[in-house]
Write a protein that binds this ligand. Structure first.
Ligand SMILES: [Zn+2]
Length: 407
């Protein structure tokens, strides 16, 4: 009976949900600069729901935290707060529902911030990543209010900034002490429950050679050719990584771990033996390895290189992206209770690993909280031109959250 009522409620909210998502898309809440206004708007929405709302600026000291992600430009924390909205319960159990309010730029998409509606889909920058999910959370809580249902868990909604920079908003929430028994990070997973996340680290390798005129080629050492040898060794490392990475939550992916060569530069003149080479790339890895371990293995690859020149004239560093992998046990209540709620909402629960990094790793690795990623929509839409999400699916995710909170 109650189930029926809940279902009907969400079926009746499509227009309202479409409007809210369109409103959110209209804020050009670019990561690292443009989040202030949308946070004010969301604060009003959650206050109107009866939640107690707090805005907290990120502490300047966050820049010294080892998990802090630096951006191309210096980030300024004087005006872009995280938003926390809490709903108390009579029970002790607690959950954080997190979605991020920042978006990536849309340079190749002039009307990205003018939402369009086509049938069931809302189109615009942030529709799937991550504003559709803010809508999911809002309507899950609206259902509790309008249907007079009680949450069995203390809820804290976190609308965080700077996810796209690397997760500084979530990091601030964690280090300023926001804690719960479990965290649901809302991202587009096609309504699959993802208790594990692939990790990724970007590397930079520099090699120096001995530049001479090509007429004296035998006296020189070519840094580009040395780099080619390193690439071969990286391929062997990838094979080893694949062999060591059989993980039940990632078996459906053809190759969930990989070593990529993304950028290569080197040399100064066609008739000079190249005196330098520099390469950047990425390594994807599963939660059976820690970030530090992968970095150590890559350092060892150069330090133990069979070629003495490479051993002595190369260096590796990790100045950019460093996202750890993580894993929450599949028998943790955050997974099993959410799976139950998916079932109550008329879907077959599916549990698998997530191969895109998001805030979840921070809640789990830094905050030590059981964490899952879950949400409507497909990750293929994220960051794309023409990004869109199905409102029916957004509200289906709301239904799941409502069922999760009341059972
Ligand atoms: Zn996202």
């Amino acid at each position: 009976m109650q189930n029926n009522l809940i279902q009907k409620f969400f079926e009746s909210k499509k227009t309202e949900a479409t409007e809210l998502l369109s409103d959110l898309i209209r804020f050009p809440s670019l990561s690292g600069t443009g989040e202030a206004e949308i946070q004010d708007f969301l604060a009003d929405k959650f206050t109107a729901l009866g939640l107690s709302v707090k805005k907290e600026l990120l502490p300047e000291t966050i820049k010294e935290h080892p998990a802090y992600s630096a951006a191309a430009q210096e980030l300024d924390y004087r005006s872009r707060p995280n938003l926390y909205a809490s709903l108390p319960s009579e029970n002790k159990e607690s959950v954080i529902l997190c979605a991020h309010s920042d978006v990536v730029p849309a340079a190749d998409w002039p009307d990205a911030f003018q939402p369009k509606v086509e049938g069931d889909r809302v189109i615009g920058r942030g529709a799937a990543d991550d504003k559709g999910h803010l809508v999911t959370i809002y309507f899950a809580l609206l259902a509790l209010k309008e249907l007079k249902l009680k949450s069995k868990k203390n809820v804290e909604v976190q609308a965080v900034i700077e996810e796209e920079v690397g997760g500084n908003g979530a990091l601030a929430a964690i280090i300023s002490g926001h804690k719960a028994d479990g965290v649901i990070v809302l991202e587009s997973t096609d309504l699959t429950i993802c208790p594990a996340n692939r990790g990724a680290v970007w590397y930079r390798i520099e090699v120096t050679g001995k530049p001479v005129h090509m007429g004296r080629i035998r006296e020189g050492v070519n840094a580009i050719e040395k780099m080619a040898e390193i690439i071969k060794e990286l391929r062997r490392y990838e094979e080893k990584l694949i062999a060591e990475s059989d993980h039940p939550l990632f078996r459906e992916y053809q190759q969930p771990v990989q070593v990529n060569v993304g950028i290569i530069k080197g040399g100064d003149w066609p008739s000079t033996v190249a005196g330098w080479a520099e390469m950047e790339g990425g390594v994807g890895f599963l939660p059976n390895k820690r970030l530090e371990q992968v970095q150590e293995e890559l350092r060892a690859l150069l330090a133990n290189f069979p070629d003495t020149w490479i051993k002595e004239h190369s260096r590796i560093s990790f100045p950019k992206l460093r996202n750890d992998a993580y894993e929450t046990p599949v028998n943790d209540p955050i997974v099993t209770d959410l799976a139950k709620a998916v079932g109550l909402s008329g879907l077959t629960p599916k549990v698998t690993g997530f191969i895109v990094s998001c805030d979840a790793r921070l809640y789990n690795r830094v905050g030590k909280m059981p964490t899952v990623v879950f949400g409507a929509g497909s990750i293929r839409d994220a960051h794309s031109r023409g990004e869109s999400i199905s409102i029916t699916e957004v509200l289906k995710a709301s239904e799941v959250l409502t069922n999760y909170l009341i059972t």
